[in-house]
Design a protein around this ligand. Sequence first.
Ligand SMILES: Nc1nc2c(ncn2[C@@H]2O[C@H](COP(=O)(O)OP(=O)(O)OP(=O)(O)O)[C@@H](O)[C@H]2O)c(=O)[nH]1
Length: 294
Amino acid sequence: MSSVRSGYIAIVGRPNVGKSTLLNALIGEKISIVSRKAQTTRHRITGIRTDADAQYVFVDTPGFQTQHTNALNRAMNRGVTQALADVDVVLFVIEADRFGGKDKVVLDLLPADKPVILVVNKTDRVKDRAAFMPFLAEVAGKRDFAAVVPVSAANGKQLQELLGETKKHLPHAELLFAEDEMTDKSSRFIAAEYIREKLFRLLGDELPYATTVEIEKFEEEGDLKRIFAAIVVDRDGHKAIVIGKGGETLKRIASEARQDMERLFGGKVYLEIWVKVKSGWTDDERLLRSLGYE
Ligand SMILES: Nc1nc2c(ncn2[C@@H]2O[C@H](COP(=O)(O)OP(=O)(O)OP(=O)(O)O)[C@@H](O)[C@H]2O)c(=O)[nH]1
């Protein structure tokens, strides 16, 4: 049996409990964007943390990111539960000072037979320590949690404990992802990867084989990033596919990629994308290199 553990983890919870902050705190600087191959799997990988003895692969569970309860309900119907069936362990995040209806909605979605760790976040905000213990006990009684771990994602408190509890539920397995599949590439590269990922997701089989993304300008002003990107195709017909009827496809690609970037970069993003035809670009070695395909 391998002494290394490696598995999939979903971070769920109602909007605003700190899921993105927690993910970023757990994976640190090492941001891993999925390769094209990996995107064909059911989950989108949002980050990978590799320690000497464990690899934690965090996956996105669509539906939990939303601010809108209606959309959350719709997502539930689309089978969020099913998506969770594949992960090894679920981190269910709540805030340290409340457990409300929306938390309950999420909790009720979690498969009964899956290890779920209750992550009580934002402990730095707890003022009334005497009231916190009974609160913890009450929430902890709402299901058979694999563990209960109070943390502060923002201050990096108790994250080792959380990783330790999480690790117990990862299968003994060789690394799911080789070290070289993990990147700590530049924001520029990540921006391009997000757009590629949307292209792949929205166009699927229709995606023209020779398509790539070029970041033409990447400007930062405080918290705001202005990103100008081109989707490069090699035929006019392909351009039409990427743009879609009435520009719908391109609009969706841009809007979804922008939301992902804002989540990852933690600030506002202004994203402008256009589609460029460069015939025969696949043969142009210099261009390929400039796009990161060396
Ligand atoms: N005080 C405190 N604030 C936190 C902590 N973790 C996250 N926050 C704040 O809580 C807010 C929501 O955090 P996010 O990480 O965006 O929450 P989320 O669950 O990913 O939110 P959605 O994307 O809407 O689902 C932000 O303002 C964070 O700065 C924490 O440990 N302590």
